[in-house]
Structure formats: structure tokens, C-alpha cells
Design a protein around this ligand. Structure first.
Ligand SMILES: [Zn+2]
Length: 232
């Protein structure tokens, strides 16, 4: 009986702590509150984003919220079968008023992380350094059924599950166009903007790999869902 009483008391205390957290912590520090596309990228937000991979319907519901807020335009797509299957992928066509060089196929978590990155950080950072609005993101693709670096015998790339986007450049309202390849080492506002855009991606993705990582990334930022905060 005493043992059962202890368990009941323990459960009671846990419930009380959960209740207190739910009521007093802001949502982005509260593991019990549902994820919102407006949440800043705290550790708790990142944990929730990661959980979205296991909860496709919950993820789609939050992506629809993001769409309602004008953060992203997307279409739900049929499952893809074959060697690199996709479960409930989406096709991202635009991030609010930021256009894309072409639409891309994404897992729901990649679409959501990308929308949060573009709206919360990429747009304001670009505007403050470039003094011009970000209008378009150029990319090299997201879904590709291949191994890492196309090496035979290597494990499947994140691109094989549409969990990564390769961004190659950014365009601005004043006509400026910065490519990762040419802009990365420029010692001016363009280079500074590009490096800030890379740094700001890190809190939203499992891994962000850029030109400083290796030669394979000289011309793009690889923003992927695997890992937990790899940024180089
Ligand atoms: Zn990549």
C-alpha cells in the first residue's frame, strides 16, 4: 500500500509540474505545448521539429497553419514508392512573398523548418544587411534517390528522403543576386549577408553544411534534417 501511495504521489507531482510548465512557460520553452510556426528556434522547438518526423499528420496540420499565416505555399503530394520511398511528401512552391527558382519536393519537417527559417530569420537578416528585400531563393534540388556524394556503398543521402534542400543563391528587390559560389568569400555586404544567412539557418536544421565544410559544398548550402545542430 505504501509503495502504491508513493507511486500515486509521484504521478501527482509529475502532473503538477507538467501543469505548471504548460501554464507558465512560453510555448517555445514548453515541451508540452504544441509547436507553432512562429516559435523561435530554442532547444525545445528543435526537439518538437525533430518529433514531427514521427507524426506526419501533426506536421501537416502545423504546415497548414504556416500556410494560413502566409509563410509558405505548398501542395500535398502522393506517396512515392520504390527504392527511395516518401510518405506524405509536399511540394513547396513559395515562402510567402519569397519565390523559388523552382518548386521542390520536401518531407513535411523539411518544409516546415525551411518556412520557419525563411520567415523568422532569412528575410529580416537579408533586409537589414543588404538594405533590400529578399525576393527569391535559388536551389539545386531536394529529392534525389542517391547515396551520400553519389558514392557506391555509402549510406543513402538525406536527399533520398527529401529531407534536405541545397540552396545556391539569393536574389533581392534591388536586382542584386548573390551566389554561394562567388559571394561566400567576398568582404562586403554581399559576403556578410551570405554568411549571416548560413549562420541563421543552423538553429532550424539538424545540419547546415556550407563552403567551409568541403569542396562539395562550394556552391551551395546543404540544409538537412539529420543530426542535431551540426553547423559548418
Ligand atoms: Zn545536399
Amino acid at each position: 500500500m505504501a509503495k502504491a501511495g508513493g507511486v500515486v504521489a509521484g504521478v501527482g507531482v509529475a502532473a503538477l509540474i507538467a501543469y505548471s510548465l504548460y501554464n507558465w512557460l512560453p510555448a517555445w520553452y514548453n515541451p508540452f505545448a504544441p509547436l507553432s510556426p512562429d516559435d523561435p528556434p530554442t532547444m525545445v522547438t528543435r526537439y518538437k521539429l525533430r518529433q514531427m518526423a514521427n507524426e506526419p499528420q501533426a506536421c501537416l496540420a502545423i504546415l497548414r497553419q504556416a500556410s494560413d499565416k502566409g509563410m509558405i505555399s505548398f501542395r500535398e503530394q502522393n506517396n512515392v514508392a520504390g527504392k527511395c520511398p516518401l510518405d506524405a511528401p509536399v511540394r513547396v512552391t513559395q515562402f510567402g512573398d519569397v519565390r523559388l527558382s523552382s518548386s521542390f519536393l520536401a518531407s513535411c519537417p523539411l518544409a516546415l523548418s525551411s518556412a520557419m527559417y525563411v520567415q523568422q530569420r532569412a528575410k529580416p537578416v537579408a533586409a537589414s544587411i543588404m538594405k533590400s528585400e529578399l525576393t527569391r531563393i535559388d536551389h539545386l534540388g531536394s529529392y534525389a534517390c542517391r547515396n551520400i556524394y553519389n558514392r557506391p556503398g555509402a549510406r543513402l543521402s538525406e536527399h533520398a528522403t527529401a529531407d534536405a534542400l541545397d540552396i545556391s543563391g539569393f536574389r533581392f528587390a534591388n536586382g542584386q543576386h548573390i551566389t554561394v559560389l562567388k559571394g561566400w568569400n567576398e568582404q562586403n555586404a554581399r559576403g556578410e549577408t551570405l554568411r549571416a544567412l548560413f549562420d541563421q539557418s543552423c538553429p532550424f536544421f539538424g545540419n547546415s553544411l556550407g563552403p567551409d565544410y568541403n569542396a562539395a559544398h562550394a556552391n551551395h548550402f546543404h540544409l538537412g534534417m539529420r543530426g542535431f545542430g551540426i553547423c559548418r
